[in-house]
Design a protein around this ligand. Sequence first.
Ligand SMILES: *[C@@H]1O[C@H](CO)[C@@H](O)[C@H](O)[C@H]1NC(C)=O
Ligand SMILES: [Zn+2]
Length: 408
Amino acid sequence: MSRTRLGFSLLLLAALGWSDDEHGSEDSSHPKKKGPGHGPWSYADVAQWASMFPDCGGQMQSPINIDTSSTSVSLELQPVELAGYRLDPREQLRLENNGHTVVLELPSSLTIASGYPQEYRASQLHLHWGSPEGPGSEHTVDGRRYDGELHVVYYNPSYQSIKEAMRQPGGLAVLAAFLQVGPEDNEHYQPLLEQLPEVQEKGKKTTVDGFDIKGLLPTSLSRYYRYSGSLTTPPCYQTVNWTVFNQTVLLSQKQISLLETTLQGDHEELLQNNFRPTQSLHGRKVLASFQAALSPRQAPIPDGGAPPVTPAPDGNTESPDGAPGAGAGCVPCADAEQQLGFSLRTADVLAGLFGVLFAVTALALLIYVHKQRSQNQRLSPQAQGHLHGSHHRQEPGIDAVLVPGPGL
Ligand SMILES: *[C@@H]1O[C@H](CO)[C@@H](O)[C@H](O)[C@H]1NC(C)=O
Ligand SMILES: [Zn+2]
């Protein structure tokens, strides 16, 4: 789907400033301007995006692969709570094939009330999909690509408009859910899917009667991944606070197939595989709001229930081996637990080090005191010089032991 044509349609129809994906911000106000930040783009030339849209070459790009073994559990990630999603059928929502995806515009009365440090207001939602030959989600989990992906795009209302918000750090939030083939039709998706034939050609628009938008999302909004990323299409602004839900949404094979084979992009070709390859994390952290399931044998660590760790004389500070749940059965257990294990081991090593250091220091002091005493007892005018000398030779040894002490 060419951006030029989109820009044109936008201009001609005096459409809303934001009618693309999370994408949107192609400056529809200057559709003919060329150079960086402007111009058409397509999924066929993702490698060239960065030359026209510099942010696409940045270090905080989306989508990403979520490696579940390297996520960190964060207790601060509260369940996502949504407000205002049950729309009256008399409310008409605009649906458009923009050549890159199908976009449903949403009233800003739909909000994310909880799950982020601030409130966000809805702008639009759209989908990404593959083809009958393969799946087409944008994010992947442990390398697995799902059949499709729903993106609900929000903006931070402390900015004047979404166009401004999308250029500001934390200006946007996107709730993402994976679509997966299941055994039956998903009735919640019918209002949207049955209008797809109406917007078959790129640039076509129609309206959809208001329905329960929340039904498009997973039923559980408490289990999700959170990371900082970008729009997944040009101009790739790095301003999106991503939420990727762990629970998938099931649609029938028939529904997924309709999505994959109805819409057209450029040159009246089928619009398929509208997903961007996953991008490097470049050191970013992916948080998880939940702990991966523990096996029933592995009870979570109870509050204050961790045994006190005291260094034993032989330096073995491990709790008795074979204690159930101590680590033997830990293969599938969550990061938090692994991190806890790691920090306990670190504490052990430190405690051991301090113990050894203390012992050496004490020993050295003892030797010193002992020598001083015997020196005083055996003190004779001749011996003094010799002992003094030996004392001096000894001193550096004691200092060497003493000096590192305060530094640790
Ligand atoms: C959901 O979480 C489980 C446990 O970590 C993981 O195995 C699974 O791949 C996740 N699925 C998605 C879609 O995030
Ligand atoms: Zn998207």
